[in-house]
Structures are given as C-alpha cells and as structure tokens.
Design a protein around this ligand. Sequence first.
Ligand SMILES: [Zn+2]
Length: 388
Amino acid sequence: MSATSAQRDQTSVLEDDFGTSQTVSNPDDSGTLTSTEVAEVIQEMMRPWDSLVVPRNYLNPQIEDVRHLCFDTVVLSPCPVCDSEFALPTFEIRGMPQRLATCLDCGLGRLHPLPSPEELGRFYPDEYYGSPGAKFEPMTEAVVRFVGTLHVQSLSRKLQPGSRILDIGCGRGVLLSSLADRGHEVHGMDVSETAIAGADPRADIRVANCITEVEYPSNHFDQVILWHVLEHLTNPREVLAEINRILKPGGQVIVAVPNFSSWQARWSGAAWFHLDLPRHLFHFPVNGLRQLLTRTDFTVTCEQHFSLRQNPFGWVQSAMNKCDGLRRNALYNLLHNYDAGENSVASPWKQRALRAAYLTGMPIAGVLSLLTTAARSGASVCLVGQAN
Ligand SMILES: [Zn+2]
C-alpha cells in the first residue's frame, strides 16, 4: 500500500468555493489507522529511493525550473568554493530526489544530495561512452577529433618536448594521443575500463575512483588537464589540492568546465544542454572557479571563453530543448553513436528535420559564440592555474 493510497482510503479532500482544502473522515471508516497500516505507511516513507519503481532516463532526464516555486533557502554542507551553507533550489530532476541548488554567496550550482558511489555509477550507463574508440557517428567523430587536436596544440604550445602530462578523466585518450604525437610523456586516469576502451597504448592509464587514490609522487607532472571533468567530481576542492601536490612548482593545471554564469546558461535555464544532470554535480560560474583555484594555491594565468567544440552546439541543442514536443537532447542523441530505447529519435523525417535545424542553426550559433567570447561569457570556460 502506498502512503498516498493509505491516506486516500481513510479520508477524502473537499474544496470549498474559495479553493481551500478541507480534510474529512470517510463516513464508512472508523477514522483512525490501525497499527499495521501505520507501520505500512512508515515503511513506505522510509524505503530507499532506488527501490521505488520510477522509470529513469539517466542520460537525458526531464529537468524543471523551480525558481518560481521555491523561495526558501536550504542549508547544505559548506560550499567547496566559499564555505557558505546557504543555497537556493534552482532545478529539479523528474523522478529523482536530487535538486540543483545555487550557492547564495558565490553562485556555485550544487547537486543535492550528492549521490552515493553506487548511484553515481548508474548515471553512466555503457551507452554514455559509445562504442570502443568512438563516441559519435563517424563524421561527427572525425570533427570532434580534429577540434580536440586543435585544442591540444593550443594547450601544449608552451611545453618543452618530453614534458610529463596527466589527463584526468582521459576517456578514450583523444587528447593524450595528440600529446604523444608531439613528443610528450602522457599519463591518464579514468574511473572505468569501459571509459578507456580503445585508448592509445602509448598512454600510461590508471583506473581509479579518484586521483587521490592513485598516489602519484609529489612534484611529478609538468601539466595536469581536467577537461570537462571537475564538474563530475564529488570533491573538486580536494582534487585540485591533490593536483597542486603532484605538479612540479610552476606546473600548470588546465581546467575547462561549462560556465554556469554564461549568457547561454542564463538564457537556457533548465533547457541548458551543458547542465547534463545528474552527472554534473557542481556547476561553476567563472568567478567561482577562479576563487576555487586561488583557494587551492594556484595563480590563474589565463582565461579562455571560446570553445568550438562546446559553445556553438550548446546554443543549438539548448534552443531545441526549449521547444515543446522535442525530446531533451534529441540532436545530441542523433549525432551520438547510440540509438537505443527511449533515447532514439522517433522517425526518419524527424531525424532529417533535426539535421536541417542543426545545419541552419550552427552558423548563427557560431556568431553568438564569438559575441559571448568577446563579452567573456562563453558557455564553457578554460582557466590555466600555475602551481605556487
Ligand atoms: Zn559558494
């Protein structure tokens, strides 16, 4: 018996002319719950959330803006950026207990409550990683790899050949392959064997839950890369502190994250493509990330707001997510290498329409991305921190 049905059996709710609810006893009943029924109701309320039969789409769940509903602040554990305990509920995830709440002090978005390691594992079904060696369909994969190579060239242009580089959350090792081509000693870390399937054998890749478990020596690396990874971690401050320890003095950390304070994020609201709930546990405004790097003993030396890979596509997919009748991230799913069950796009004509909208929207999105770069409000931001 569910809590709701138990209550419905015992009482009925009437509404008067003013819409005020009154609860009255059912005349057929004694009006009181038996001890067994009370125990059932309590048991129902105490059940762990994951045993409830709620269909969940972890890849693209429905997200709702609750800012107009919730005016009360919530008290959370201290914010990893500013230590404030006060936050405002911002987004809800349909069918899940977690909410995104925004820190009142620094603007950091936080998933609350943070998922347990078991829950976290469920957020990354195998489809998330795509087939070994390729995350997208062939043409998109080629573009992604090309753009990735351009990124690496910009990241490593100041490094001497033979520099020791660690990519945390290296996945299939696209970045590491390009860095190895340029003569660097490449190391990687990721959380699962599935994630690293198809990676370049030149990379020394460790599988661990957290960088703190790998126990790299102190003063070991010239550069550590966190490319769209920090927002997935449960302990961003501890991870940055550990990176500071394993970097050589003067070594660099490169941190790229979606920018929670960007124009794209603010315009899109709950439809923002880069929210990627429930996998993104923290949502950094650019000033918050800067503050966190300073707290973990880095000096920020560079701030980039342009990302060809992240920003234009984010505009197009977020605009589509705002359209009623389109499944969330339908275009991304189409370009992605999976097409299973509830993630598949409905019909061939709809696929053609999505591709046409993609091709039409990308040039406009490109212009918007240039404008936001000029305004230092890119949808993703990359900061370079130098270890003190
Ligand atoms: Zn904060």
